[in-house]
Each structure stands twice: as structure tokens, then as C-alpha cells.
Design a protein around this ligand. Structure first.
Ligand SMILES: Cc1ncc(COP(=O)(O)O)c(C=O)c1O
Length: 374
């Protein structure tokens, strides 16, 4: 599939709008709309009861997620959002006063509140300061203490766009026998990740940003080690094996797979959209998506730096993903001016954040730069 063909899925590209804000929320493609519509049509006609056909669709979606993250479908559960996923982790571990969690000072709040909430139980949250917008594996290794039980980090940082070296961090966590969690919402599907190879125990990601799916559908990856460690704080009828055996009410008979963290009726509407989006990405090719996104961030960093703009995003290709942020004296006013010209970016902590996806074109980036320096 070519970029031109992919763009046909997004009606906003036929208008004046230049949408460069996928780190906030993404447009919905025709394919996702159609999948959601088909799901609802089926529910109103021959498939009024979603079981078991919608369950099958959910399992097929987990297979696609597993393909993207290089693991098995049994390691996935659907949740509402990234935050709910991380709360399943934080609230499910058996904490003792004095236990420590290691995060950093540049995390999006989704990846801090679930752990700060543990301070009430005497858990200590350590936060690393970044170096040039990045958290380096060496810093993590140095900050680990004997009481550290969990390291949690964003795959891609929401402001600077720095991509964490999850492979190295995973090795460090494994060496110190510490659980390793990742908030992956800013890195999927456009940045390669192999959760098994990187010793990631837990990963949480919403789908409304780069995954280009409806809001309110997210997924968690929970490996066997993490499943053993997380004594889930919420339990429902779908958490157990034989969920349709309603008379056997025994909380010990949990499902073996990560589906045990799903506690009831699923958001099949969202799952239908997510599945269509994943199929679309695989058709274009995940490697091709990554190449396009990296080329865009390279182009922007290059052009902005040439104009003397202070870019926050690491220039090195292996240290970045799709986000490019930069400082300007009049950032707020510039952002407003861009919005008036229908060039959509974000303002985050006083910086302008640009986040083009694979279907964006160099021509659109040029339009952004022309309007920026106008
Ligand atoms: C790094 C990061 N994590 C999580 C979120 C969102 O979390 P949730 O899916 O819980 O809304 C965002 C942005 O909204 C983000 O940038």
C-alpha cells in the first residue's frame, strides 16, 4: 500500500487541514469507522448477543497485538485506558512499607499517579532527573536500591519524544530481579518493540493516539512472571476459568491467561475499531510505518535546527520516534496562529509539539514550516 492509498482513508487530508498531532489524538480512518459500524449493524440484526462471536473477534485482535509486540496472545487483556492498565499493576503487587518504585521526573501523569498513590502504604517513589530530555539506562542502574521492586518508564516520552532504550533497561531489571513496566502509548505501532527480548513484564497502552482507534479501548501485556506477582485488586465473572459456570463461585479459579484482568463485558465496539486499525497497519507494514515516522522527525529536526530553533527531541535516530518538540519565545501565540491556519500541533509545557504519522507527507511538513516561520 502506498502513502497515497493510505491517505484515502482519511477524509481530513482532502481539506486544508494539516493534522500533525497524533501524540494527542488521531483521526479515525474509514476502515475503523466501517468496522465499528459493521459491529453495531450485526448487533442490531443477526448477532444481537455478542457472545461468542465478538469474543472470537477480541481474541483475533489479541493475536494481532501479539504480532506487533512479538509475544503470545494469551499475554493480553483489554482495559479502558493506559492509566487503568498501570493501576492494575500498581494496586495488584504485594507492597511492604519501604519498598521502592523507580520512575522519573518527565513522565506523563498516567505513569506517576498509580505509584504516587502507593505512598499511603509506605511505598517510596524515586524519580530520576533527565539528561538532555532523556532517561538513560545507566541512570536507572545507578538509582536502583535494594528495596526497588519496580521500574516504570514511557517507551517514548510525551514531550521530548525521547525513546527509551527498553532493551538495556530490561537487562538491568532482569539482573536486579526487578519488575519492568512500560507505558507504550507514544510508541505504538510506529516504534519497533519486542517485549520478550526486552524483558518487559508489563506494558500498558491506550489506542486513541498513534494506534488511530476509538477512545476507551486500551490493552495491557502481562507476562507470566507479572501475572504471578499481581494479585488483582478487581475480580469479576470473566476473570475466572469457565466464566459461564455461574454456580461455581470460587475466586481461586482464575484464568491462566492475562484475560483474568478483564472483569466483565468488554468494549467490543472499541475492539472492532482497534482490530481494523491493526489490520490496516499490517497491510502498510510496521517497518514502513516506522521508516516514514522517523523520516518525518528527521526532516523536522533538521529544518528547525537550520533555522536556529532549540529542539528538545534527541537528534539520533535510535533515540527518537514520532514526536518533535521545540522551544520558541512566543510558543503560545505561534501555536494559536498555526491553529488558525488549520495546521494542528500541540502546546505542551510551553513547547510546540509536532507529531506527524506515516500517512503525512513532506509537503504537509513544508506547509507547517512555512506557516511557522511566516
Ligand atoms: C505517555 C502517555 N501516557 C499515557 C497517556 C494517556 O493515558 P490514558 O490512556 O490513561 O488516557 C498519554 C497522553 O494522553 C501519554 O502521553
Amino acid at each position: 500500500m502506498t502513502v497515497e492509498e493510505a491517505r484515502k482513508q482519511f477524509p481530513h487530508t482532502w481539506s486544508e487541514i494539516v493534522y500533525l498531532n497524533h501524540a494527542a489524538v488521531a483521526p479515525i480512518s474509514f476502515r475503523v469507522r466501517e468496522a465499528v459500524d459493521n459491529y453495531l449493524t450485526k448487533r442490531s440484526l443477526k448477532g444481537i448477543e455478542p457472545y461468542p462471536w465478538a469474543q472470537k473477534m477480541a481474541m483475533e485482535t489479541k493475536v494481532l497485538l501479539a504480532q506487533m509486540l512479538h509475544t503470545k496472545a494469551e499475554n493480553f487483556a483489554f482495559v479502558l485506558n493506559t492509566g487503568e492498565g498501570l493501576n492494575i499493576l500498581a494496586s495488584g503487587l504485594d507492597w511492604k512499607p519501604g519498598d521502592r518504585v523507580l520512575i522519573n521526573t518527565i513522565e506523563f501523569p498516567t505513569n506517576t499517579y498509580p505509584f504516587l498513590n502507593l505512598e499511603r502504604q509506605g511505598v517510596i517513589v524515586d524519580r530520576i532527573e533527565p539528561i538532555n530530555g532523556e532517561i538513560l539506562p545507566e541512570q536507572i542502574e545507578q538509582a536502583i536500591k535494594p528495596e526497588t521492586r519496580l521500574v516504570s518508564i514511557s517507551f517514548v516520552q510525551f514531550l521530548t519524544g525521547a525513546k527509551a532504550d527498553v532493551k538495556r533497561i530490561g537487562e538491568i531489571c532482569k539482573k536486579h530481579n526487578i519488575l519492568f513496566a512500560v507505558d507504550a502509548i507514544q510508541g505504538l505501532p510506529h516504534s519497533y518493540i519486542n517485549v520478550e527480548d526486552s524483558n518487559i513484564d508489563f506494558l500498558s497502552s491506550g489506542s486513541h493516539k498513534w494506534m488511530m482507534s476509538p477512545e476507551g479501548i486500551a490493552f495491557i501485556y502481562v507476562n507470566e512472571r507479572a501475572r504471578k506477582a499481581i494479585h488483582q485488586s478487581h475480580l469479576g465473572w470473566t476473570s475466572v476459568s469457565e466464566p459461564f459456570n455461574f454456580s461455581l463461585q470460587d475466586p481461586e479459579r482464575l484464568r491462566e491467561d492475562a484475560g483474568r484482568y478483564e472483569i466483565g463485558m468488554q468494549n467490543f465496539i472499541g475492539i472492532a475499531g482497534l482490530k481494523a486499525s491493526l489490520e490496516f497497519f499490517f497491510e502498510f507494514g510496521l517497518e514502513n510505518i516506522e521508516r516514514k515516522v522517523l523520516d518525518h522527525s528527521h526532516y523536522l529536526i533538521d529544518r528547525l535546527s537550520l533555522r536556529g530553533v532549540e529542539v528538545l527531541t534527541p537528534a539520533e535516530e535510535t533515540h527518537r520516534s514520532g514526536i518533535v518538540s521545540f522551544a520558541l519565545d512566543n510558543a503560545e501565540a505561534t501555536h494559536e496562529r498555526l491553529m488558525k491556519k488549520e495546521v494542528v500541533t500541540s502546546i505542551r509545557q510551553g513547547r510546540i509539539r509536532v507529531s506527524p504519522h506515516f500517512y503525512n507527507t513532506e509537503e504537509e511538513l513544508r506547509k507547517f514550516l512555512v506557516e511557522l516561520f511566516d
